[in-house]
Design a protein around this ligand. Structure first.
Ligand SMILES: NC(=O)C1=CN([C@@H]2O[C@H](COP(=O)(O)OP(=O)(O)OC[C@H]3O[C@@H](n4cnc5c(N)ncnc54)[C@H](O)[C@@H]3O)[C@@H](O)[C@H]2O)C=CC1
Ligand SMILES: O=C(O)[C@H]1O[C@H](OP(=O)(O)OP(=O)(O)OC[C@H]2O[C@@H](n3ccc(=O)[nH]c3=O)[C@H](O)[C@@H]2O)[C@H](O)[C@@H](O)[C@@H]1O
Length: 449
C-alpha cells in the first residue's frame, strides 16, 4: 500500500519505518525541517534502538521517503496516518491544535485534488492519542470544509519507547475504530503481516478505540502508583517490596508486569494521558477519584528520592557533590519528557548541591534545559569523582553490575540512593555502602529528622 505518515516523532517515525519494512511505500512528513534534514542525511532525530538501521535499509530500498511536502505525499497515497503530538494543555486536557492543523491542511489538499478530478477516497487514521470524540470532530470539521471523499479512522498505538520496533512489529493486539466495513478490511490487510501469531485485530467504534488507549495507559499507571504506595509503606514497616512484589506477582491474576516501584513514572504519555482522562471526567461532570489518586501518588513519588537525600544529609546538604546516574525517563531512550530526574535536579539545585550527571543517551537533552548549571559526564564513573552520594534514577543496563570497589575509591562518601532497586541492601552494606532503595524497609518518616 502507499501511505503517508504525518509527524516523524517517536510514534510516526516508528510507524512509517515498520510499515515500510513490511513492503509498503511510505512518506514520512514533518513540518519540522531540521528533523527532516537529519533524516535525509541518514541520521535519526531521536534515539531508539534498532531504528536507524531499519530507516537506512528502507530508504536504500526506496520504500521510505521523508519530506515536508504534504501535498506531494497525499497525491500519491490513500492511507494518511496522523502521528502528531497531543501534549497536555494548561488545563490538563489534550492539546489538539496539532490534529486540527493537520486536518485543515489535509482538507485543503483533498479539495484541490477533487477539483482536479481525483476521485479516490482517502482514509485518515488517527494514531495519536486523542480524547473520545476527536475522530467525530475531525470528520465534522473536514465536512464543513466541503470535503467528501474521505473517512476518519482511529488506530491507537501501544508501543513503548526503547522497545518501539518490537512492540510495533509484534503487537499484543491492534485496535481500530472505524465507521465502515471497507476501512476495517483495508486496515486488517495492512496489519496482517504483524499479526501472524494469533494476535487479535480488534474492530470497534472510533469512540471505543479512543477510550481503549486512555484506559490502557491509566491502568498501567495505576499499577505503578499502587506498587509505589505499597513500597512507601514497606519502607515504614520494615518489609522489603522486592519480596512483596515477587510474592504478589506469582499470583497469575496479578502478574509481574508494571509492578516495579521507582522514582515515579515519567515520559510523554502516562502523566499527560492520566490527566487527559481526569479532564474527560471533569467535562462529563463525572468524578474519577481513582484516576486522580494515581496522578497525585505519582507526583508525590517523584519527591521520594529528594526526601531521602534531605533526611540523610540534614542541614549539611548545601554544597554537597551529588552524582546522578540516569536522566532519561526510562532506559533505552533519550526522552526526558516528565522525567523524575528533572524533579530531583530542581530540588538538589535549590538545596545548593553541585551535580555531576551521567546518562548514556539523554545528556544533550538535559544540557538544553540546564546549560552550565550541571557537570555532564560521558561515563558513569566520571560522575562519581569526589561525590558525596550517588543517586540512580533510571535503570540503564550498564548500572546493574558496576565495580563497587572502583566506585568506593572514586566517591568521597559511599552513599547510594537507588531509585530503581538495582542492588541488594545487605550486599551493599557488606561492601561498605550506606544504601537506600525504594521500599526496602529502611527509611525513617520525614518528621524523624
Ligand atoms: N511516544 C510514545 O511512546 C507514544 C506516543 N503516543 C502518542 O502518539 C502521538 C505522538 O507522540 P510522539 O511521537 O511521542 O510525539 P513527538 O512530539 O515525538 O512527534 C510529533 C511530531 O509531529 C510533528 N508535527 C506536529 N504538527 C505537525 C504538522 N502540522 N505537520 C507535520 N508534522 C507535524 C512534530 O514536528 C513532531 O516531529 C501522541 O499523541 C502520543 O500521545 C502513543 C503511543 C506511544
Ligand atoms: O502511550 C504511550 O505513549 C505509551 O506509554 C507507555 O510507554 P512508555 O511511556 O514509552 O514507557 P513505559 O515502559 O510504559 O514506562 C513509563 C514510565 O513508567 C515507569 N515504570 C514502568 C514500569 C514499572 O513497573 N514501573 C515504573 O516505574 C518507567 O520508569 C517510566 O518512567 C506504555 O507502556 C505504552 O504501552 C504506551 O503506548
Amino acid at each position: 500500500m502507499r501511505i503517508t505518515v504525518i509527524g516523524t516523532g517517536y510514534v510516526g517515525l516508528v510507524t512509517a519505518t515498520c510499515l515500510a519494512e513490511s513492503g509498503n511505500h511510505v512518506f514520512g512528513i514533518d513540518k519540522d525541517e531540521a528533523k527532516i534534514q537529519i533524516l535525509l542525511n541518514n541520521g535519526l532525530p531521536i534515539y531508539e534502538p534498532g531504528l536507524l538501521e531499519m530507516v537506512q535499509k528502507n530508504r536504500r530500498e526506496e520504500r521510505l521517503k521523508f519530506g515536508t511536502d504534504l501535498e506531494a505525499a497525499i497525491r500519491q497515497t490513500k492511507l494518511v496516518f496522523l502521528a502528531v503530538g497531543t501534549p497536555q494543555s494548561d488545563t490538563g486536557d489534550a492539546d489538539l491544535r496539532g490534529i486540527w492543523a493537520v486536518g485543515e491542511a489535509v482538507g485543503r489538499i483533498l479539495n484541490k485534488l477533487q477539483a482536479e478530478g481525483d476521485t479516490s477516497k482517502r482514509i485518515l487514521i488517527i494514531k495519536s492519542t486523542v480524547p473520545v470524540g476527536t475522530n467525530r470532530e475531525l470528520t465534522e470539521r473536514m465536512k464543513a470544509m466541503g470535503c467528501t471523499l474521505f473517512e476518519v479512522a482511529s488506530n491507537p498505538e501501544f508501543l513503548k519507547e526503547g522497545a518501539a520496533i518490537d512492540d510495533f512489529m509484534k503487537p499484543d493486539r491492534v485496535v481500530v475504530g472505524v465507521r465502515s466495513h471497507e476501512t476495517a478490511e483495508i486496515l486488517r490487510e495492512l496489519y496482517a503481516p504483524f499479526l501472524r501469531t494469533e494476535r487479535p485485530f480488534l474492530v470497534m467504534t472510533p469512540e471505543s478505540a479512543e477510550m481503549t488507549k486512555y484506559a490502557a495507559n491509566a491502568m498501567l499507571a495505576t499499577k505503578i502508583s499502587f506498587i509505589n504506595e505499597m513500597a512507601n509503606l514497606c519502607d515504614r514497616l520494615g518489609a522489603d517490596i522486592n519480596d512483596v512484589r515477587r510474592g504478589m506477582g506469582h499470583d497469575v491474576r496479578i502478574g509481574f508486569q508494571f509492578l516495579f516501584p521507582g522514582a515515579g513514572y515519567g515520559g510523554s504519555c502516562f502523566p499527560k494521558d492520566v490527566r487527559a482522562v481526569m479532564a474527560m471526567g471533569r467535562k462529563m461532570e463525572l468524578p474519577l477519584p481513582m484516576v486522580e489518586a494515581v496522578d497525585q501518588v505519582n507526583e508525590a513519588q517523584k519527591q521520594v528520592l529528594p526526601t531521602k537525600i534531605r533526611q540523610h544529609f540534614g542541614d549539611s546538604l548545601a554544597g554537597k557533590f551529588i552524582a546522578i546516574w540516569g536522566l532519561a525517563f526510562k532506559p533505552r531512550t533519550d526522552d526526558i519528557r516528565e522525567a523524575p530526574s528533572l524533579v530531583l535536579i530542581e530540588s538538589l539545585l535549590a538545596a545548593g548541591c553541585k551535580l555531576r550527571v551521567h546518562d548514556p543517551e539523554a545528556l544533550n537533552n538535559v544540557k538544553q534545559i540546564y546549560g552550565d548549571q550541571l557537570i555532564y559526564c560521558d561515563r558513569p564513573y566520571g560522575a562519581l569523582e569526589g561525590a558525596d552520594a550517588l543517586v540512580i534514577v533510571t535503570e540503564w543496563q550498564e548500572f546493574r553490575n558496576p565495580d563497587f570497589e572502583v566506585m568506593r575509591r572514586l566517591m568521597r562518601n559511599s552513599v547510594i540512593f537507588d531509585g530503581r532497586n538495582l542492588y541488594e541492601p545487605r550486599q551493599m552494606e557488606s561492601l561498605g555502602f550506606t544504601y537506600y532503595g525504594i521500599g526496602r524497609g529502611r527509611s525513617k518518616p520525614e518528621s524523624a529528622n
